[in-house]
Write a protein that binds this ligand. Structure first.
Ligand SMILES: CC(C)(COP(=O)(O)OP(=O)(O)OC[C@H]1O[C@@H](n2cnc3c(N)ncnc32)[C@H](O)[C@@H]1OP(=O)(O)O)[C@@H](O)C(=O)NCCC(=O)NCCS
Length: 351
C-alpha cells in the first residue's frame, strides 16, 4: 500500500503537474460521476495557470511512495481565492483523491493545507461544490461544512429542439425590444449597458451561501471576455436591447440592456456548450424575455455552431423562474450538486 501521502504545494504548475492533476481528476470522476465528461486534458494547464477573472489559484498534490522508489500523485486540491471587491472574504476548494487511495486520510491532509492557506489569506468562508449522495458529502459533513445551496444541473439535447419552434418563439413580438448578439467582447456602444445588466445577476438566489456581490463595469466585462476567449473558449451573448437605440444620433449609446444570456463553447469546438449567466433586469421582468433570449441563443447555436449537440446549465433549486424557462425549452434534470460552506472564522486556531 505504500507510506502515507506527502502533501506538496506546487508553484508554478508545470505541464507535467497539469497532466498529473488531470489524471487524478479523471480517475476520481469516473468513480463518482461516470456520466460527466472530465475536463479536456488539453486545457488542464491553462485551467491551473490562468484562473478566473479576479481570482488566484493555489494547487497542492498528495504523493504516495509505492515502496519501490516511485512516487505517484494520488490526490490534488486547488484553492481559488476571490480577490474582487465584494468577495474578498471568499475562497473555493476543489479536492480529488484517486478511488484506490481513499479512506486513508489523504483528503483530510489536503484539506488541512487548503484551510490553512485560506485562513492566512484572511478568508471567512470556504465553499465546495459537491455531487449529491457521494463520498464528498460525508467528507464535508465530517469536516464541519454545512450545506448552503442546492443546484440542479440540466441538459438539453439540441436534436430534440425543433428549429421551426425556435423560429416561432423568437419571431413573437416583443414591443420595445430588439435582439443584439455578439461573439467575445461586447460592442463598445453596448458595453456600459451590458455591465449594468450584469448587475442584475446579484439578486440570483444563492441560498445560505456567503457569496457576496460583485459590481460590474465595462472594463470588468471586457476583462471577463478576454479571460474566456484567452483560454480558447468561444463566448456568445444574446441581449435584449430596450429603447430605439438612436441615442440622439450616437447609435446604441442611449440603449438599455433589459436582459442577456451567455453561452460558452469550451475550446471553441466542444459538442457540449455551457450556459453562463442569464439575467433579466428587474424593471423588464414579466415580458417573457428570458425564454425569448434563450430561444435566440439556441437558434444561433443551431445555425452557426452545428457541432454543438447539447447545452448544460445549472440552476439553484429555488430559482423557480429560470427552472421554468429551461424546462419549457426541454432541458432535463441531469444530476444535483450541493454547495457546502465552511465558516473559517468559527474554527478554533491552534494554541
Ligand atoms: C471526498 C474525497 C476527497 C475524500 O478523500 P479521502 O482521502 O477518502 O478522505 P479521508 O480519508 O481523509 O476521509 C476523511 C473522513 O471523511 C469521511 N468519508 C470520506 N469518504 C467517505 C465515504 N465514502 N463514506 C463515508 N464517510 C466518508 C469519513 O468520516 C472519513 O474518515 P474515516 O475514514 O476515518 O471514517 C474523495 O472521496 C473524492 O475524491 N471524492 C470525489 C471528488 C469530489 O467530489 N470532490 C468534491 C469535494 S471538494
Amino acid at each position: 500500500m505504500g507510506t502515507p501521502a506527502s502533501i506538496r504545494s506546487v508553484e508554478p504548475v508545470s505541464q507535467a503537474d497539469a497532466e498529473a492533476w488531470h489524471e487524478v481528476v479523471t480517475a476520481s470522476m469516473a468513480e463518482d460521476l461516470p456520466d460527466v465528461p472530465p475536463p479536456p486534458g488539453a486545457q488542464a494547464h491553462a485551467r491551473l495557470t490562468g484562473p478566473r477573472l479576479g481570482t488566484r489559484l493555489l494547487t497542492w498534490f498528495a504523493y504516495e511512495d509505492d515502496g519501490r522508489g516511485h512516487s505517484r500523485a494520488v490526490g490534488a486540491a486547488t484553492l481559488c481565492l476571490f480577490d474582487r471587491a465584494g468577495q474578498e472574504h471568499l475562497a473555493e476548494v476543489e479536492l480529488y483523491v484517486r478511488p484506490d487511495a481513499r479512506r486513508r486520510g489523504t483528503g483530510t491532509e489536503l484539506l488541512s493545507a487548503v484551510v490553512a492557506a485560506a485562513v492566512s489569506a484572511g478568508r471567512r468562508s470556504l465553499i465546495a461544490e459537491v455531487p449529491a449522495c457521494t463520498a464528498a458529502e460525508f467528507f464535508c459533513v465530517r469536516h464541519g461544512f454545512r450545506r448552503a445551496l442546492t443546484l440542479h444541473h440540466l441538459l438539453l439535447p439540441l436534436s430534440e429542439v425543433h428549429r421551426g419552434w425556435l423560429d416561432e418563439l423568437t419571431a413573437a413580438e416583443r414591443p420595445g425590444y430588439r435582439a443584439a448578439e455578439w461573439n467575445g467582447t461586447a460592442p463598445d456602444a453596448l458595453a456600459d449597458a451590458c455591465a449594468a445588466a450584469k448587475n442584475a445577476m446579484n439578486d440570483m438566489p444563492t441560498g445560505d451561501l456567503d457569496h457576496g456581490t460583485v459590481a460590474w463595469d465595462a472594463e470588468r466585462l471586457r476583462a471577463m471576455a478576454a479571460v474566456v476567449t484567452g483560454r480558447g473558449d468561444t463566448l456568445l451573448t444574446v441581449a435584449a436591447v430596450h429603447g430605439d437605440g438612436t441615442g440622439g444620433g450616437t447609435g446604441d449609446g442611449a440603449a438599455e440592456i433589459a436582459g442577456f444570456t451567455e453561452v460558452v463553447i469550451p475550446g471553441g469546438t466542444a459538442a457540449r456548450a455551457q450556459q453562463y449567466d442569464t439575467a433579466v433586469v428587474p424593471a423588464h421582468r414579466g415580458h417573457g424575455l428570458g425564454l425569448w433570449l434563450k430561444a435566440q441563443m439556441l437558434r444561433r447555436l443551431h445555425d452557426e455552431y452545428p457541432q454543438v449537440t447539447e447545452v448544460e446549465t445549472d440552476n439553484a433549486a429555488d430559482n423557480t423562474h429560470m427552472l421554468a424557462v429551461n424546462e419549457q425549452l426541454g432541458f432535463r434534470r441531469l444530476r444535483t450538486t450541493y454547495e457546502y460552506q465552511l465558516a473559517l472564522t468559527e474554527r478554533e486556531e491552534p494554541a
